[in-house]
Design a protein around this ligand. Structure first.
Ligand code: MN
Length: 294
């Protein structure tokens, strides 16, 4: 058994569980691509460990301690991407079929394809994908001939057709690590973008979120922690200056929380971190989500 995320109970199965609010799954996978600094698969364990640093009780009446949250442990470590995705998809499917929220702790962003397959396999459906990320992750291939990597994962998810591209919202993007083909793709397919500079304007940000909530009930939120400025989250493989603040991220999560049925946090890389600050901000994102989901 693992040491569970603070405020949750470790379990080996969820079949007998009732009245679940949230089930956590650890997804400690990273690709073998040399372009990226290694370490993202250690994020899972480090985030759980860092959660012990906090009480978990926020200023509101609600908290993770007042919800029924289980920690279902980790997907078994493997370098086989197909196998990993299958296992993750099966767990996400089982959680959603029990009407609980799936909360996945990565891992690099390529795990999201497994999450999306799990949503597709389940009896649940989503109305929109919210992609919080410094990057668009919409390359056809990257690097070189690789169709399956953290830089192509949103493109592969869209091929599953769980939502139309116009129901994808990317928040916090900025240059200069974008591909021109990705930008063209967002324009052609009417993907909605709230760039990092626009997130900083609270009126613009709140209007963007209100529009999402007006149109869509059930959301899949994929949080690449590199959406934050490297000053707030230095432990990421592809740091991108000019990012959003922790406070802005928490406000976005707070507003979306009640509509989220699947939430994932990826790209925390403990090898590149300082004093676990990136793992800690990921923990706070989880605590905030729990404070506001009811
Ligand atoms: Mn990403």
């Amino acid at each position: 058994m693992i040491d569970p995320f603070n405020g949750t109970f470790a379990v080996e199965e969820i079949d007998s569980a009732i009245d679940l609010d949230v089930v956590i799954i650890g997804a400690p996978f990273e690709d073998e691509i040399e372009f990226y600094s290694k370490g993202a698969k250690k994020g899972t364990k480090n985030i759980r460990k860092s959660s012990q640093f906090f009480s978990g009780q926020g200023l509101s009446q609600n908290s993770i301690h007042r919800l029924n949250v289980l920690d279902w442990g980790d997907i078994a470590a493997t370098n086989d991407y197909e196998k990993f995705q299958k296992e993750l998809a099966s767990k996400v499917e089982q959680i959603l079929n029990k009407k609980a929220i799936s909360l996945i702790i990565g891992g690099d962003h390529s795990i999201a394809l497994g999450t999306a397959k799990g949503i597709k396999q389940s009896n649940e459906s989503i109305d929109a994908i919210i992609w919080l990320d410094a990057h668009l992750d919409l390359m056809e291939k990257f690097p070189e001939t690789n169709r399956f990597s953290r830089a192509t994962v949103l493109k592969r998810i869209l091929e599953l057709k769980i939502v139309k591209p116009e129901n994808v919202y990317i928040i916090g993007v900025r240059g200069h690590n974008l591909g021109w083909e990705e930008i063209e793709y967002t324009e052609e397919h009417k993907i909605k973008i709230l760039s990092a500079d626009k997130v900083a304007n609270s009126t613009t940000r709140n209007q963007f979120i209100r529009d999402i909530l007006h149109k869509h009930k059930k959301l899949y939120v994929s949080l690449d922690i590199d959406v934050l400025d490297p000053a707030f989250a230095p432990g990421v493989s592809v740091p991108e200056p000019g990012g959003i603040t922790s406070r802005e991220l928490f406000e976005v999560i707070e507003l979306l929380a009640k509509n989220i049925i699947c939430f994932e946090i990826v790209e925390v890389n403990p090898n590149l971190d300082y004093n676990n600050i990136t793992s800690k901000v990921a923990c706070k994102a989880i605590f905030h989500f729990c404070d506001f989901l009811k």
